[in-house]
Design a protein around this ligand. Structure first.
Ligand code: ADP
Length: 209
């Protein structure tokens, strides 16, 4: 008789590592390295963009808040329209976020419950701003000099210096984030170095657990 290999059981107690950094810091690149090393990564910011189309209950709440025009004639979220109205109304922007963030939180919780790895990673730009680090086992901050970040985002997103600077100005200052982070990767050299630094953090995590 051939013995079947047992399926690994999902864990309810996975250790969550928050991965964060300002725009252009390199957090998505680090997250890819973490995935390559065999760990699951949840991309919160990507999920926040797709959940507005996938979650029917959330859709209804958004329509109630912003009107039917928040969705186009094909039923898809009208990002441009919503962007314009929340740009002019800070209160509305906060109310919209107060709908989206809890929906992502529930989705993340369900995702964690399906994972079998001892460590799971959660990439989000707003880890410290939303105090999400409080529900993490450890936090990892990726940071880099402003000039490096500016240049990388201008290249990546075809944005002007001023446009990137405006986004950076709205984010929590890097030196503030460093105070909260358990691990910090300084991403001022090349990609090979960034990969080595990521692997060092992963090795440390295994040691301290
Ligand atoms: P974030 O997700 O924090 O906004 P990314 O990981 O997308 O940042 O990095 C921004 C851009 O800079 C990407 O195009 C990425 O390939 C590039 N990049 C990141 N780190 C480095 C590095 N050390 N050397 C060269 N390019 C880098």
């Amino acid at each position: 008789m051939i013995e079947e290999e047992a399926e690994p059981e999902p864990r309810e107690n996975a250790k969550i590592i928050g991965v964060t950094g300002g725009i252009g810091s390199g957090k998505s690149t680090v997250s890819k390295f973490i995935e390559e090393a065999g760990f699951p990564v949840y991309y919160s910011d990507v999920r926040a963009k797709t959940i507005v189309n996938d979650d029917a209950e959330l859709q209804e709440k958004i329509k109630k808040l912003l009107g039917e025009n928040a969705y186009d004639e094909n039923g898809f979220y009208n990002r441009r329209y919503v962007g314009e109205i929340i740009f002019k109304d800070e209160q509305l922007r906060l109310q919209l976020n107060a709908l989206i963030h809890p929906a992502v939180k529930i989705h993340f919780k369900n995702w964690v419950a399906e994972q079998t790895s001892e460590f799971v990673f959660k990439e989000t730009a707003l880890l410290f701003e939303l105090k999400l680090n409080e529900s993490c086992f450890k936090s990892l901050l990726i940071t880099a000099d402003d000039n490096a970040r500016l240049k990388r985002v201008m290249d990546r997103d075809q944005k002007t210096y001023r446009e990137v600077e405006a986004i950076m100005d709205k984010q929590m200052a890097e030196k503030e984030k460093i105070k909260y982070a358990d691990f910090v990767i300084y991403n001022n050299a090349g990609l090979d170095e960034l990969k080595r630094e990521t692997e060092k953090v992963l090795a440390n995590l295994k040691v301290i657990s």
